[in-house]
Design a protein around this ligand. Structure first.
Ligand code: SF4
Length: 168
């Protein structure tokens, strides 16, 4: 019939899955878009070596689009930025900041925006206690716990516009 082993070449006989050397597999969600496809992350020596579609996901049933299929590159690309990069207003070049300095700068801006746009009450004197001067838009790379804390944090600041593009 020319099927099975009779059709197998010497090369295809030697082929092994690229995931076969992994120590363990971790279930995850694709970080890119709102579809939320399931992924299996293959780990060897505590490093991600491959990412494949998860057949157990009821959303994607093992499939990934070309972008999700390439997400191993997001983790291991030599071009991935690991430092904070900042371009000052009017500047042509990027500069490197420490995480502490960047966090301080963000905190200063949050406090300033909140102070300048705070609305304590309506024109009729009814309490408002809100700001329309800051908004939050999250992405699919945020997990449930991070989104929970972000929602709590921004609501506590008095912000109303709190969103996430993912609909998992
Ligand atoms: S695999 Fe593609 S469609 Fe699925 S979540 Fe990732 S980017 Fe979206």
């Amino acid at each position: 019939m020319g099927l099975g082993r009779s059709a197998q070449s010497a090369r295809s006989e030697r082929l092994v899955p690229r995931t076969s050397t992994a120590d363990r597999v971790v279930q995850s969600i694709c970080p890119y878009c709102a579809v939320g496809c399931g992924q299996r992350v293959y780990v060897k020596d505590e490093k991600v070596i491959q990412i494949e579609g998860d057949p157990d996901s009821p959303i994607s049933r093992g499939r990934l689009c070309p972008k999700g299929s390439a997400s191993e590159g997001l983790v291991n690309s030599p071009m991935r930025e690991h430092k904070v990069r900042y371009r000052r207003p009017g500047a042509a070049d990027w500069e490197e900041l420490s995480l502490e300095q960047a966090t301080e700068m963000i905190a200063d801006r949050v406090i300033k925006a909140r102070e300048e746009t705070w609305e304590a009450e309506t024109d009729d004197g009814e309490p408002l206690n809100r700001t329309l001067g800051m908004h939050f838009l999250g992405g699919a790379t945020l997990d449930s716990e991070e989104n929970y804390l972000i929602k709590k944090f921004f609501t506590a600041l008095g912000a109303l516009s709190i969103e996430n593009q993912a609909r998992i």
